[in-house]
Ligand binder design. Structure first.
Ligand code: SAM
Ligand code: DTB
Ligand code: SF4
Length: 330
């Protein structure tokens, strides 16, 4: 069943999502494009910038991640950046037209220490610049989520990455349930939820559909769902995974769009190996957010000029900051 009457459903059955995912690709894209245009402004794409504020040396064993200390990936670890460095990067991002600035830390979880206090300070300063501030810092408890909110945090990214079943093949140092709990804490604190996953981790189609099912049946859909294609990094256990097919990215994006019509669906990692034509199909299928800037956290992303040219060619415009805000900034 599709979204008639503009209704937002959180009671999707696995079978319904499976049926959508497996539709003939052109039919799937048309349906997603229609839902997209019913609920979103078709020409608008949110532009976000990432900054790794604390890189590498992470104790977790996420099989895809170049920042896990246990894999030899050549990523240069560094401690928490200085405020000035972060503000400089945020200014550059704002001047380049980004409206969301996302700070990532290679932490398993937030600890109540001086580094967290410093991150809270950075959040306040970036928020004061008029940017939507997002963080991805690993697990947080309710109290930490509340402190982030008080500091001016707009969104928190915490990905499910894959299905509950496949999770333990990819990460053993924490549980799927831990991820769900953090998302709950973020939601309760009134912070916008950003949660999605990665394809290309050796998962089955069923795993992909299950992950979408978990997201689409949350009591409230995440406000953003990033769809990442694995960036295979030498030294990680997944370095030899085959490149994700663009058709699979389109199926994921379109199914997310149809099941979660109001959500920002982000075409995230993986763009640097996609042509403009391939990215255009993703936008048509309902993607309406990207990361801009020549680096994601540690891996390459298309550069600013390429994206400018793509926006001009496809007639896309950057979305304004704080549109559909849960509540006004400050
Ligand atoms: N340490 C925190 C955590 O794991 O929640 C935050 C940073 S972590 C790098 C953020 C997300 O980046 C991961 O959840 C994963 O979805 C994504 N990611 C990491 N490495 C990736 C890769 N090689 N390809 C695609 N996505 C990746
Ligand atoms: C998300 O879903 N993708 C971004 C962001 N959220 C934090 C991270 C992608 C990381 C890709 C690998 C890297 O650059 O280290
Ligand atoms: Fe650490 Fe996050 Fe990378 Fe996992 S994804 S190893 S938690 S930085």
């Amino acid at each position: 069943m599709s979204n008639l009457n503009n209704s937002i459903r959180t009671d999707w059955e696995m079978d319904e999502i499976r049926e959508i995912y497996h539709k003939p690709i052109l039919e799937l894209m048309v349906e997603a494009a229609n839902v997209h245009r019913q609920h979103q402004t078709g020409s608008e794409v949110q532009v976000c910038t990432l900054l790794s504020v604390k890189t590498g040396g992470c104790p977790e064993d996420c099989a895809y991640c170049p920042q896990a200390a246990r894999y030899q990936t050549g990523v240069k670890a560094h401690g928490l950046l200085k405020d000035e460095e972060v503000l400089e990067a945020a200014t550059r991002a704002k001047n380049a037209g980004s409206t969301r600035f996302c700070m990532g830390a290679a932490w398993r979880e937030v600890r109540d220490n001086r580094d967290f206090d410093r991150v809270l300070g950075m959040v306040t300063q970036v928020n004061d610049m008029g940017l939507e501030v997002c963080c991805t810092l690993g697990m947080v408890n309710e109290y930490q989520a509340e402190r982030l909110k008080q500091a001016g945090l707009y969104a928190y990214n915490h990905n499910l990455d894959t299905s509950g079943d496949h999770y333990s093949n990819i990460i053993t140092t924490r549980k799927y349930e831990d991820r769900l709990n953090t998302i709950d804490h973020v939601r309760k604190a009134g912070i916008s939820v950003c949660s999605g996953g990665i394809i290309g981790l050796g998962e089955t189609t069923k795993d992909r559909i299950e992950m979408l099912h978990v997201l689409a049946t949350m009591p409230e859909h995440p406000e953003s769902v990033p769809v990442n294609a694995l960036v295979p990094v030498a030294g990680t256990p997944l370095e030899h995974q085959p490149r994700v097919s663009v058709w699979d990215m389109i199926r994921m994006i379109a199914t997310a769009r149809i099941t979660m019509p109001k959500t920002m669906v982000r075409l995230s990692a993986g763009r640097s190996t996609m042509s403009v034509a391939e990215q255009a199909l993703c936008f048509l299928a309902g993607a309406n957010s990207i990361f801009s800037g020549d680096k994601l956290l540690t891996t390459p992303n298309p550069d600013f000029n390429e994206d400018q040219a793509m926006f001009a060619l496809l007639g896309l415009e950057p979305r304004k900051a704080f549109k559909n805000a849960l509540e006004p900034a400050n």
